[in-house]
Design a protein around this ligand. Structure first.
Ligand SMILES: [Zn+2]
Ligand SMILES: [Zn+2]
Length: 339
């Protein structure tokens, strides 16, 4: 008997033949670089919840503020390369990574606090699947995330060493408070711009086959999948932090850059469209854009705040029309032997 085209799940959500659920909203793009500029939309995005500042930007500010004040070794110690202070930074990043990723994992996957409500994929994380290390998707993802942790920390330690010795261009927040704040706000845009290009690079077949394939084993993503990358990809991915070698900045900018690069993937790979708190409250997550990248590979290389995919024609907005378009593009590429 043929499988029905759609099914209704236990939450009343329509799922297609493959078990996929869609919100019905187009993929979310932040409005700052919209053409033409829509001031009303931008103001709403800046002040909204969720919006640019709340909750994620604000949460990152708390994380980097606390890390800077209480969990970063004294500058004098960081003038020389010594294992002691570097291990302290590694431990701090390790603890924060586990709390952050762990919180998402426990909420969505261990305790299944909202069941499959607003979950894009019908299935839970894979077990007894030999494509993953230890035959287990979560263990595999957790393992590889620690390669990311090491490389992120290595970049951070190198940059602290540079700051401690006065070798890096420095921006004093007391002398330039406005530029300091604007630069803080620019960090997510820089990160997404950088990510788009390195992501395109690792989709080049030789790099894809040896490096990026590892991340794409995860079609049905979970919070730990975000940082499940090959070490070479981690090296490229966290290289966005090297911008501080050139651009005058404060260590807090560098911390934000590092923490958002290290922690952001748990949010963007949660696999859920909303975090639902009971019947009354829900926080929109809107990470369908990257979910579709894992589904279709050749779409949505970037993220939502720098619309490079829109400009270069690789944006899949989640609609059936976009499905049909990219299916056509794909079959043409298969015919031409370039897929
Ligand atoms: Zn991904
Ligand atoms: Zn990719």
């Amino acid at each position: 008997m043929a499988k029905p085209k759609t099914t209704i799940d236990e939450h009343g959500q329509v799922r297609d033949r493959r078990g996929e659920w869609r919100s019905g909203r187009p993929v979310y793009l932040e409005p700052l670089l919209d053409d033409p500029t829509n001031v009303k939309k931008i103001v709403k995005w800046l002040t909204g919840f969720p919006g640019f500042f709340f909750p994620w930007f604000a949460l990152y500010m708390i994380v980097i503020g606390a890390s800077f004040v209480w969990f970063t070794p004294a500058m004098e110690r960081m003038q020389t390369f010594e294992l002691g202070w570097m291990l302290e930074i590694l431990l701090r990043n390790l603890v924060i990574l586990w709390i952050w990723n762990g919180a998402f994992h426990l909420w969505f996957y261990s305790y299944k606090m909202q069941g499959r409500l607003k979950k894009y994929n019908a299935n839970w994380q894979a077990e007894n699947n030999s494509i993953f290390l230890f035959d287990n998707q979560v263990y595999d993802n957790v393992f590889w995330a620690h390669s990311g942790l090491l490389i992120w920390t290595a970049y951070e330690c190198g940059l602290w060493w540079g700051y401690a010795n006065g070798w890096l261009p420095y921006l004093d927040p007391l002398e330039h408070p406005v530029i300091f704040c604007l630069m803080m706000m620019a960090v997510p845009f820089w990160r997404n711009f950088h990510f788009y290009w390195i992501h395109r690079l690792i989709h080049w077949k030789p790099l894809y086959d040896h490096v990026h394939y590892l991340h794409h084993k995860n079609v049905n993503v979970g919070p730990w999948s975000g940082m499940a990358m090959h070490p070479v990809e981690h090296l490229l991915y966290f290289s966005c932090m090297l911008v501080h070698v050139i651009v005058p900045s404060h260590p807090l900018h560098m911390l934000f850059n590092g923490f958002q690069t290290g922690l952001g993937p748990a949010v963007s790979h949660s696999g859920f469209d909303e975090i639902v708190f009971g019947d009354e409250a829900a926080l929109r997550n809107d990470r369908y854009m990257h979910y579709l990248h894992h589904r279709y590979h050749n779409v949505n290389y970037g993220e939502s705040n720098v619309p490079l995919d829109k400009w270069f024609g690789s944006l899949h907005d989640g609609s059936p029309e976009a499905d049909a378009h990219f299916r056509r593009v794909h079959s043409e590429r298969v015919k031409a032997g370039t897929a």
